[in-house]
Design a protein around this ligand. Structure first.
Ligand code: GLU
Length: 507
């Protein structure tokens, strides 16, 4: 195939938030198109009217943009004309196209009207299950005469449209799995257009509309999740009925949790918007999703920007075995990208997570902004994601001596006699001091307290650290003290070192 003709699509149904599995499908399609210099198409499959919602479509578009996966053709903002010459790109706007194609199949005798009622089909299904065999449609309406069809139509009977399945195996080529073949009975005569009354009455089924859209949009490669493998033989039969060439297929393996069950909310976050809210960066998520089922040629490199992925990605290196979602690895990548993130952008993002303690960023004075930048530079390397910042920084913004005394680890330290004498000596020095406490003051005092009490190491430092930060371990005092003291001067209610000591020792 000529590279210029590579046309792929991401075809989500707006029935929920964008799942990471679908986001990976979107990414692999995007990478494949960009690498080949082809086109990437976004098609909204909103034919399930009961479950499709506009708000999900909006979220989906927002999530794709956030990930950086722009499309060449697809539905544009509501009201604006669709971009691309193969539109409309929303299935709900393509009903007349499906109807024309149904007329064609009926006229050519490749499809037929099925007047079987829901009750009749139910009885067929019950019989099959009583006989322990899979249900295959009996084909009762396949051979109705023209007169009977006319009578039924004149009587206003509901009908579905079914495809006449030819009696030969249904075969397709899959770039991940090789040749895949299904026997014709795996399919029976599938319904193309539903008959049921209700919102979906007369609507084409997914397998049917997807084939018409893929063919008319000249999709060259159908890259999607392997939950669609079982649908593919039906789709192959529909391509055959129309006499259209098959595209190449690539079915991507399922994503599992660490327990090898399908990834679900039980395992943690599963939707792109939740990862975003948790403070994962799009670079990290994209990089991680790329590795879920694909690996670099050297078998080692794991850190890739979107640009690097574009030149490295190939479907040949996509594995058919299930991918295990590894939150630790995602966290590792996120820490990597957090460290690389440009300070102004990162500060703006992180500000939102601490909005409870801060005035709006737009109106924040310069002193507060630059203090916040220093705070981030110091603490961001210690979090996996930005939503962990509020807990990490709780002691900076507020300080609760009663609560920190109740923590088991702290009370064990504080109950030692040496801790009482260390804190008393330390407090004396803080009280005798005027103005902010600088690291040099602190160092001098600790040497004096050491000499006065004979305490050293953990015995000396842990009680002081608990008094100032609520925990026996944490960041170096040299950097921490200026952050606390400069923060206290900002008028946000951040307690200074001497206020902390006063309140702690006073409890
Ligand atoms: N709309 C389908 C889904 O969201 C995708 C169809 C396809 O990729 O063929 O699962």
């Amino acid at each position: 195939m000529n590279a210029r003709n590579v046309r792929v699509r991401f075809a989500p149904s707006p029935t929920g938030l964008l799942h990471v599995g679908n986001a990976r499908t979107a990414l692999y399609n995007w990478l494949f198109a960009r690498r080949a210099g082809g086109s990437y198409i976004l098609r909204i499959e909103d034919t399930d009217l009961e479950r499709s919602e506009e708000r999900y479509e909006d979220r989906l578009i927002e999530d794709l943009r956030w990930l950086g996966l722009d499309w060449d053709e697809g539905p544009d903002e509501p009201g604006a004309p669709a971009s691309g010459e193969f539109g409309p790109y929303r299935q709900s706007h393509r009903q007349s196209i499906y109807a024309e194609h149904t007329e064609r199949l009926l006229a050519e005798g490749k499809a037929y009207r099925c007047f079987c009622t829901a009750e009749e089909l139910e009885a067929e299904r019950n019989l099959a299950s009583a006989e322990h065999r899979p249900h295959v449609y009996s084909g009762r309406c396949r051979h109705l005469g023209a007169a009977e069809i006319e009578r039924n139509l004149a009587a206003g009977q509901h009908f579905a449209v079914r495809l006449k399945i030819a009696d030969h195996p249904l075969r397709f080529h899959d770039l991940v799995r090789g040749v895949v073949e299904f026997p014709p009975e795996a399919v029976s005569d599938p319904i193309l257009v539903r008959s049921a009354t209700g919102a979906s009455a007369g609507f084409p089924v997914y397998n049917y509309s997807v084939v018409i859209d893929d063919a008319l949009m000249q999709i060259s490669h159908v890259i999607r999740g392997d939950d669609h493998i079982a649908n593919t033989p039906r789709q192959v039969a529909i391509y055959e009925a129309f006499g259209w060439p098959l595209p190449e297929f690539a079915h991507l393996s399922t994503i599992l949790g660490a327990d090898r069950e399908r990834l679900s909310k039980r395992h943690g976050a599963t939707s792109v918007s939740t990862f975003r809210e948790m403070g994962y960066l799009p670079e990290a998520l994209v990089n991680y999703l790329a590795l879920l089922g694909w690996g670099a040629e050297d078998g080692r490199t794991e850190i890739f920007t979107l640009d690097e992925l574009t030149s490295a990605f190939s479907l040949e290196r996509v594995t058919p075995s299930p991918a295990i979602f590894d939150f630790d690895k995602l966290n590792w990548l996120n820490r990597h990208y957090l460290k690389l993130a440009a300070p102004p952008g990162l500060a703006e993002l992180a500000w939102g997570y601490l909005a409870y303690h801060l005035p709006p960023r737009e109106s924040a004075p310069e002193a507060l902004r630059s203090w916040f930048d220093r705070l981030l530079a110091f603490f961001v390397p210690h979090v996996d994601r930005l939503d962990q910042l509020p807990a990490k920084l709780a002691f900076v913004f507020g300080f609760d001596p009663e609560a920190s005394r109740l923590v088991d680890e702290n009370s064990a330290v504080l109950s030692a006699d040496s801790s009482r004498t260390v804190l008393a000596e330390f407090a004396d020095r803080v009280r005798a001091h005027a103005g902010p406490v600088r690291p040099d003051d602190f160092k001098r005092w600790m040497n004096e307290v050491k000499a006065a009490t004979g305490a050293k190491g953990a015995e000396l430092f842990h009680p002081v650290r608990i008094a100032l930060t609520g925990a026996p371990s944490g960041p170096e005092f040299d950097k921490l003290l200026p952050l606390i003291e400069d923060g206290a001067a900002l008028g946000l209610g951040i307690p200074s070192v001497s206020e902390r000591v006063e309140r702690f020792v006073g409890v």
